[in-house]
Ligand binder design. Structure first.
Ligand SMILES: [Zn+2]
Length: 345
């Protein structure tokens, strides 16, 4: 298992990136992969602190998280002879940086500017244009640096989405255990507990997170990082991604770019919780408290799209056994499930 060597999280930690980079001995030049907006929020500053350590720094502003964008970053990094990549931005910039660094087999430091999903520290990247609609395997970030001063200013919708991605672990872990019971698939108690603990912490701090308090956001950030570590320990995305993620991936296939990853996973979790016999009402209530959508309207999906996504979900990743593998949802049953959990009115 490959874990991050250092995780730095705190208030006003951004200037520590220079020393962190030097301490890790990553070499010169460094390539900062950031976004057009996040360059101004933290990307430029990160590059400045690293260059103060005598490291030459190049910048790339990445667009959408597509394979062609990953290839462009990879080519520029090769041209400049980059020894390491620092990804600075929301989920998608981190994912582009992470996959490019994996292709180049160089270290990557993750500097998230939002708490929108669990890819911050995980060995997976969500990139469009790959052969499958779910995350690709990548290298675990060598280090993660989080400045809470930056995170508290991130848009509430992204925070809510991050909560949806963490709450999803309740059903993801159930699916993993089911696969173990039915098919003898490897199940790691430690990784599963870590993912579940993260979800429970978000539940316990839902009020604080919903209110956007610094304390609440820090819990969420630590939960997201722990989920990434759980995936590294498990050696797969199993502890963090189950039937609720398959629903989200299916929606992305049917209707790309309709809502945020964590928002769709949150709605998926409500429905999968019912199939698992968990309290879907409790999950729905926590999602409402943190401000994550709980129905089809909230994720801009039509009733037809929700039903189609539910029916399609198990075929997205046939080798991944989940509750959907035995629920055999017909269109009628899918509609019933969505209605009974108030995802459809
Ligand atoms: Zn996720």
């Amino acid at each position: 298992m490959e874990l991050p060597r250092e995780v730095v999280i705190g208030d006003g930690t951004l200037p520590e990136i220079g020393e962190l980079y030097s301490r890790l001995g990553l070499g010169s030049p460094a390539l900062v992969v950031t976004g057009h907006r996040t360059y101004g929020i933290a990307g430029k500053e990160v590059g400045t602190y690293v260059s103060e350590q005598g490291i030459e720094v190049y910048y790339v502003k990445a667009d959408r998280p597509t394979l062609s964008e990953v290839r462009r970053v990879e080519l520029l990094a090769r041209t400049w002879g980059a020894k390491a990549i620092i990804g600075v931005g929301g989920g998608s910039k981190i994912d582009v940086a992470k996959l490019a660094a994996s292709y180049l087999e160089i270290p990557m430091i993750s500097v998230p500017t939002t708490a929108s999903h669990d890819g911050i520290s995980s060995p997976f990247a969500s990139i469009k244009g790959l052969s499958r609609p779910y995350s690709a395997r990548a290298k675990t970030p060598t280090a993660v640096l989080v400045d809470m001063d930056v995170i508290v200013d991130s848009p509430p919708r992204l925070v809510a989405s991050g909560c949806g991605d963490v709450i999803a672990k309740f059903t993801a872990v159930r699916d993993w255990r089911l696969a173990h019971e039915r098919n003898g698939e490897y199940y790691g108690e430690y990784a599963a507990s870590l993912a579940l603990m993260s979800a429970r912490l978000v539940v316990r701090n839902a009020d604080k997170i919903g209110a956007g308090s610094r304390e609440g956001l820090r819990v969420l950030m630590e939960a997201l990082i722990s989920c990434g570590v759980a995936m590294s320990i498990a050696g797969s995305s199993r502890p963090c991604s189950g039937s609720e993620h398959l629903f989200s991936h299916a929606l992305d296939v049917i209707r790309p770019g309709g809502a945020l990853h964590g928002e769709q996973c949150g709605v998926g979790t409500i429905m999968m919780a019912k199939l698992h016999g968990l309290s879907w009402r409790r999950i729905r209530s926590v999602l409402t408290t943190v401000g994550t959508p709980v129905d089809a309207d909230g994720i801009s999906a039509t009733p037809e799209q929700v039903v189609r996504a539910l029916v399609m979900a198990p075929s997205i990743r046939p080798e991944r056994y989940t509750i959907l593998s035995e629920a055999h949802l017909s269109e009628r049953k899918a509609l019933e499930l969505a209605r009974s959990t108030r995802v459809l009115g």
